[in-house]
Ligand binder design. Structure first.
Ligand code: F0G
Length: 445
């Protein structure tokens, strides 16, 4: 009781939530959801997840757990379009930093909590690079439905995120290792102690994350964009997006699906390596898993660990690899890797162009730029980059980029191969003297 079955007990593959659409009768057109805007006083309509309840109908409306997640923005950004290399008006940023805990994870957490409550769970656990744990801790503290247990790698999580876990009172276990180690341990611990697991191995998490795509479509007045570009870590989002579009197409609610680009950091590039270099494909469910085994053996033999400034996606063994491969097949996808330098430059452009994000989120913008440069994305295509987490999640990375303190720059970024901060907005140091202050303002404005 209280445990979620995430994998098939025979073959070990992760399970999916599958609906009997014939019986459930989803709406005949996507505009149906617009009528819910007029009922925003109802929690199920105010939530950007549960407004789409008919497309994730695994629980009765009365069983839904919501804290108002998913009230996020699709923002059209001309400055960022210019940076990426697109025509003005064609670049959109889906800003998931507006969620209650500051990242997209809340979309999935409300769905996981809904399921956890329905099966009588009392404790929930996750391993995290910081955002899942922040979200779990927040849902525990607000709803009081479950007690949270968090596993993090030591020194691997940004202070903004660690602060959230601690402040919301979750039991936080810092293990000597990285995310991949923590993930392995949390699976063992949850199984032994019968604790509900809320990592994205949990298929209900992905049901909630599908709604990010529904909101993108809603923001575009139900027009399908040409590209969705998303950072790839544990590959839950990309898997959920592929499932969302596959279902919408099967239901006849869209007539085409967008192409999907999943962006890894160079220092955590398992998907890129497997998909682009070694040509691993879903192949209708018959992927050649020996390619993966061989790659993981090589990682182990070389003692190679994930390492990137984008700590949220510092993951070498993505748990949703199979589902992501399926999504790439559904959406004719591509995978790219971007350096820490490219990530931070893109992040500075996003910050200067409107909405601030954390480093991992900016991988999507850096990836879109790389794909435009290659000509894979053409300048007049409509592109949506997912900004997965808020700027304040990782202030250290931002301040280090803009700093005038060379020691800080080197300690935080230089050691990762970041050479320059081309878009730095440096604070101006001035003595505490009115004339000097006015002189400095005139000089720099
Ligand atoms: N962006 C942010 C800000 C994240 O926190 C994560 C994942 C990702 C992107 C990658 O998403 O796993 O669906 O491919 N963070 C997880 C965590 C791993 O523990 O918070 P994904």
């Amino acid at each position: 009781m209280g445990e979620v079955l995430v994998a098939c007990q025979l073959c070990g593959s992760l399970v999916d939530v599958v609906y009997d659409w014939q019986r459930l009768r989803p709406p005949a057109s996507l505009d149906f959801f617009e009528s819910k805007w007029s009922r925003r006083h109802e929690p199920l309509c105010a939530s950007g997840v549960w407004r789409f309840h008919e497309l994730l109908p695994f629980a009765a409306p009365s069983a839904v757990v919501t804290i108002g997640e998913g009230q996020t923005l699709l923002h059209q950004s001309a400055p960022v379009a210019g940076y990426v290399g697109l025509k003005s008006g064609e670049l959109y940023l889906q800003y998931e930093g507006l969620n209650p805990s500051g990242s997209f994870k809340d979309n999935g957490m409300s769905a996981a909590f809904t399921h956890a409550r329905s099966i009588g769970a009392v404790r929930a656990a996750c391993a995290s690079t910081g955002n899942t744990s922040a979200s779990l801790a927040l849902y525990c503290s607000v709803t009081r439905l479950l007690k949270g247990l968090i596993f993090i790698g030591s020194g691997k999580i940004s202070y903004g995120k660690l602060a959230q876990a601690l402040d919301h009172g979750a039991l936080t276990v810092q293990i000597a290792g990285d995310f991949d180690d923590a993930m392995q341990r949390v699976k063992e611990v949850s199984q032994q102690l019968g604790i509900y697991l809320v990592n994205s191995v949990n298929p209900f998490r992905l049901e909630g994350q599908k709604t990010i795509m529904y909101r993108v479509l809603e923001g575009l007045r139900w027009q399908v964009p040409d590209w969705i570009v998303v950072p790839g870590g544990n590959l839950g989002n990309s898997s959920a997006f592929g499932k969302a579009f596959d279902e919408l197409r099967q239901l006849g609610l869209v007539d085409r699906v967008p192409r999907l680009a999943v962006i890894n950091a160079v220092g955590a590039n398992t998907l890129f390596e497997l998909y682009e270099t070694r040509r691993l494909r879903w192949n209708g469910g018959n992927a050649d898993w020996s390619i993966v085994d061989r790659y993981y053996d090589e990682l182990d033999q070389g003692g190679r660990r994930a390492s990137t400034i984008a700590s949220a996606i510092e993951i070498n063994r993505p748990v949703n690899l199979a589902k992501c491969l399926r999504a790439l097949e559904v959406c004719d996808g591509v995978v790219r890797e971007v350096s820490d330098q490219e990530i931070l430059d893109a992040k500075a452009q996003v910050g200067a162009g409107g909405l601030g994000c954390e480093p991992a989120s900016a991988a999507s913008v850096a990836g879109a730029r790389a794909l435009c440069r290659e000509g894979v994305i053409s300048t007049d295509e409509r592109v949506v980059c997912i900004l997965t987490g808020h700027q304040l999640k990782d202030p250290t990375a931002t301040v280090a980029y803009h700093t005038t303190d060379q020691t800080m720059f080197n300690e935080q970024l230089g050691r990762r191969g970041v050479k320059r901060a081309a878009f730095a907005n440096r604070a101006v140091a001035v003595s505490n003297n009115l004339e000097e202050i006015i002189k400095a303002i005139r000089l720099y404005s």
